[in-house]
Design a protein around this ligand. Structure first.
Ligand SMILES: *[C@@H]1O[C@H](CO)[C@@H](O)[C@H](O)[C@H]1NC(C)=O
Ligand SMILES: *[C@@H]1O[C@H](CO)[C@@H](O)[C@H](O)[C@H]1NC(C)=O
Ligand SMILES: *[C@@H]1O[C@H](CO)[C@@H](O)[C@H](O)[C@H]1NC(C)=O
Ligand SMILES: *[C@@H]1O[C@H](CO)[C@@H](O)[C@H](O)[C@H]1NC(C)=O
Ligand SMILES: *[C@@H]1O[C@H](CO)[C@@H](O)[C@H](O)[C@H]1NC(C)=O
Ligand SMILES: *[C@@H]1O[C@H](CO)[C@@H](O)[C@H](O)[C@H]1NC(C)=O
Ligand SMILES: *[C@@H]1O[C@H](CO)[C@@H](O)[C@H](O)[C@H]1NC(C)=O
Length: 393
């Protein structure tokens, strides 16, 4: 009987162990570091979800989730189980200290499967809480209203609906009687009549109780207010109707379109030659469209697409070039023709001559004026002395 049970034990050891051993050591796939570093403030609770386990699957029963620090083989929590623990696959540290900064590896395994991923945690001193790294960027659009969200709280809130979030702008509490800001259900803040002045730094905070102690969980938000994107009627502001160029030279004609506050992405801009798209008209690529540029000057948006001749040939003088712009609001075009630049003209020959005349004329005028003002000055002095002598009589 004893030998029998010993034999059974050996069998069970050898049938169960190899499989477990294989999964444990050999085949755990490391998926690398999660790209998002967790930036937290010391003294506050931290909860990190295992990055490779989907949120809806975190309480799953058919996998086991373990955590360890990157440089050690011992599992978290280790000796500090009152402060650090694993719950529903997530790693909890309440409260976090700066020594908790580091790399954590989450291992997910079951009988047939194992994978790992690491997460970087950086815990900052409270005085460093203003560091830009800790800010969650958020964007709302200029409009009647917009929403801010107190981020990254789902672990602490779970399925609770009655969370109370305190909101601050630049550390000043946002009054609840305020019509401008309204804390709405859950973690959101409604901003009424969004204006550009609403951009800036916000803080939100909730209280979290653990083992009879209250902790604040704070989040910093950097809010950007974006202008509402809308389509406008584009205006082609260049090129000129005729462009002078010399045959054989390289020529660039920019087509510049003004959009005002309109969006650039949905506005199409292209060039045609004899009503054919430039790409089709010049298969050889002598004439091409240059890189499209989108830019803003004084809050107005522009798009520019140049037409590039390399080089200009005689045929171009008889070709009808058009810059065409289209969006949902309108369709417009502007025609331009290439003119041969005059290689000899009276203007060019006469230019130096007229300059000489101009200079000579200037000198003559200057002399004349000087003589006149001189005379006027003498006359004034004469009047003045006669006036003075009168008054002293
Ligand atoms: C182990 O986990 C993988 C991935 O989650 C799953 O596809 C598989 O069915 C699990 N196996 C067992 C035996 O639970
Ligand atoms: C974590 O440990 C592995 C080796 O165990 C090493 O290759 C990796 O660079 C470490 N990562 C960090 C961020 O320390
Ligand atoms: C792992 O690194 C942390 C800091 O990053 C350090 O406090 C700890 O002593 C290290 N553990 C081992 C086993 O090297
Ligand atoms: C919320 O979750 C807890 C467990 O985390 C559960 O016991 C409770 O029934 C849930 N409540 C609702 C309303 O879903
Ligand atoms: C929003 O602004 C408009 C005009 O500036 C004003 O009439 C309206 O009362 C404002 N609404 C709120 C909720 O502040
Ligand atoms: C939490 O925040 C409130 C309001 O700012 C403050 O009065 C309280 O002392 C804070 N509690 C802790 C534990 O820091
Ligand atoms: C455009 O048409 C004109 C006149 O019909 C012609 O001389 C010219 O070669 C044409 N250009 C192109 C690129 O087809």
């Amino acid at each position: 009987m004893f030998t029998w049970s010993m034999w059974m034990l050996c069998v069970s050891v050898f049938t169960i162990r190899p499989e477990e051993h294989m999964v444990a050591a050999g085949s755990c796939q490391f998926h690398g570091r999660h790209p998002k570093t967790r930036f937290k403030v010391e003294g506050e609770p931290v909860a990190m979800r295992c990055p490779q386990v989907p949120y809806w699957d975190s309480a799953t029963t058919h996998v086991s989730v373990t955590w360890r620090r990157n440089n050690s083989t011992t599992m978290v929590p280790g000796e500090e189980e009152l402060r650090v623990w694993v719950q529903d696959g997530g790693l909890w540290i309440v409260p976090a200290s700066r020594g908790d900064s580091g790399t954590y590896v989450c291992t997910v395994r079951n009988a047939s499967y194992c994978d790992e991923m690491s997460v970087e945690l950086r815990v900052f001193e409270k005085t460093e809480a203003s560091l830009p790294l800790i800010f969650y960027p958020q964007i709302i659009t200029l409009s009647a209203s917009g929403l801010l969200v107190c981020p990254d709280l789902s672990e602490f809130i779970g399925n609770k609906t009655d969370v109370k979030i305190r909101w601050y702008k630049d550390s000043v509490p946002l009054d609840q009687d305020n019509e401008k800001f309204l804390s709405v259900r859950g973690t959101r803040l409604l901003v009424n009549n969004v204006s550009l002045e609403d951009a800036g730094y916000y803080q939100c905070a909730m209280t979290f109780a653990h083992r009879g102690r209250q902790y604040n969980i704070t989040r910093n938000i950097k809010l950007r207010v974006k202008k509402r994107e809308e389509e406008t009627i584009p205006v082609i502001i260049s090129p000129h109707q005729t462009i002078s160029a010399s045959l054989g030279s390289r020529l660039t004609i920019p087509c510049k379109v003004f959009l005002g506050a309109g969006i650039q992405a949905t506005t199409l801009l292209w060039w045609t030659a004899n009503n054919t798209h430039v790409e089709d008209a010049y298969k050889g690529g002598r004439v091409t469209e240059g890189q499209r540029q989108e830019y803003s000057e004084n809050n107005d948006n522009y798009i520019e697409v140049p037409l590039i001749f390399d080089p200009v040939v005689r045929e171009d003088l008889h070709t009808d070039f058009k810059c065409v712009v289209r969006n949902t609001m309108s369709f417009q075009m502007l025609r331009t023709t290439v003119k041969e630049a005059a290689t000899f003209s009276w203007e060019i020959t006469l230019a130096p001559l007229s300059l000489i005349f101009l200079v000579l004329g200037g000198i003559w005028m200057h002399r004349r004026c000087k003589r006149r003002t001189g005379k006027a000055y003498d006359l004034m002095m004469e009047l003045k002395t006669s006036h003075d002598s009168q008054s002293y009589e």
